[in-house]
Ligand binder design. Structure first.
Ligand SMILES: Cc1ncc(C[n+]2csc(CCOP(=O)(O)OP(=O)(O)O)c2C)c(N)n1
Ligand SMILES: [Mg+2]
Length: 285
């Protein structure tokens, strides 16, 4: 497929993910809008262009894996998988309610297409490392993607996993850091700064580091993953410089971690996302 056309399709997919993410959260009235919206573009590229997955065979042996280590961004994952055809998207409009298969944090046992259970920050990347090593031991030639937050990177467990992955030269492991600059109760720099930066830390641990200047640009993310695929002998991390809340105007303005907007504000945000989607669809290819 011609690249320009593919990039346009990914932009449309990202806009659809944003809209559905907010609709899923709106079904409950509150949730992690900020950290869900910042990864919509990354998920669009992974599930729209990169990953070998089959919604009709979610556990197929040779699939690529995506571990949402920042499991609180579950709604973005549910939107992506629903749009991809794992289940009717309306099923996810039961978010975190009694009897729902869509808990606020992603759970492998509850939702079709969720590769591993996450939510306790730091654990998902360790699980992803295990999956990558396990796949290699079984001779399965697939990639494991793992998405972590920049606040999550405060967890010591992240760095134990990073050290292990480099030691075992897990070059089929690609970590995406959602570097939105904010965590639960403030900016990452204020709460717990990362010294020379998260990228410098991964570099020191023996990873190949690729900086994605605009982590909300599907073209830049796609190119970075293409570059990551060429790297052998070490794991790769993409530092996605993103905006927390991207596309949900109320969350984008404040950078807030979780949101409970009024029904009017939520409706207005959904209306704007619908308009964004229409405009992107109309863009000349
Ligand atoms: C071990 C653990 N401690 C605390 C929390 C509560 N918590 C959920 S999200 C979050 C902030 C994470 O910040 P970041 O990784 O930057 O997330 P993002 O900005 O992408 O939403 C915290 C402290 C948790 N889920 N797990
Ligand atoms: Mg963050």
């Amino acid at each position: 497929m011609e690249k320009e056309k593919m990039i346009h399709e990914l932009k449309v997919f990202a806009a659809e993910i944003r809209l559905e993410t907010l609709k899923i959260i709106a079904s409950l009235g509150s949730g992690h809008v900020g950290g869900s919206m910042s990864i919509a573009d990354a998920l669009a590229v992974l599930y729209g262009a990169v990953m070998n997955v089959d919604p009709n065979d979610p556990l197929k042996k040779d699939r690529d894996w995506c571990v949402l280590s920042k499991g609180h961004a579950g709604p973005a994952m549910y939107a992506t998988l629903g749009l991809k055809g794992y289940y009717p998207i309306e099923e996810a409009y039961t978010l975190n309610r009694f009897g729902s298969s869509f808990p606020s944090h992603t759970d492998h046992l509850m939702t079709k297409g969720i590769d591993l259970t996450t939510g306790s920050l730091g654990q998902g990347i360790s699980e992803a490392v295990g999956a990558a090593l396990g796949n290699r031991m079984q001779g399965i030639d697939s990639h494991v993607f793992v998405i972590i937050g920049d606040g999550e990177a405060d967890e010591g467990q992240v760095w134990e996993a990073a050290q292990f992955a480099a030691h075992y030269k897990l070059d089929h492991l690609i970590c995406l850091v959602d570097a939105n600059g904010r965590q639960l109760d403030g900016s990452v720099d204020e709460v717990m700064s990362h010294g020379k930066g998260i990228g410098a830390k991964f570099d020191a641990f023996g990873w190949k580091v690729i900086d994605v200047r605009d982590g909300n640009d599907v073209g830049q993310i796609y190119d970075a993953i293409t570059e990551a695929y060429q790297i052998t002998g070490q794991p790769v991390v993409l530092i996605l410089n993103t905006v927390k809340g991207k596309g949900a105007y109320f969350a984008e303005e404040t950078g807030e971690h979780s949101s409970k907007p009024s029904a009017e504000v939520m409706s207005e945000a959904i209306r704007r996302l619908e308009a964004d989607l229409e405009n992107i669809r109309k863009e000349v290819r």
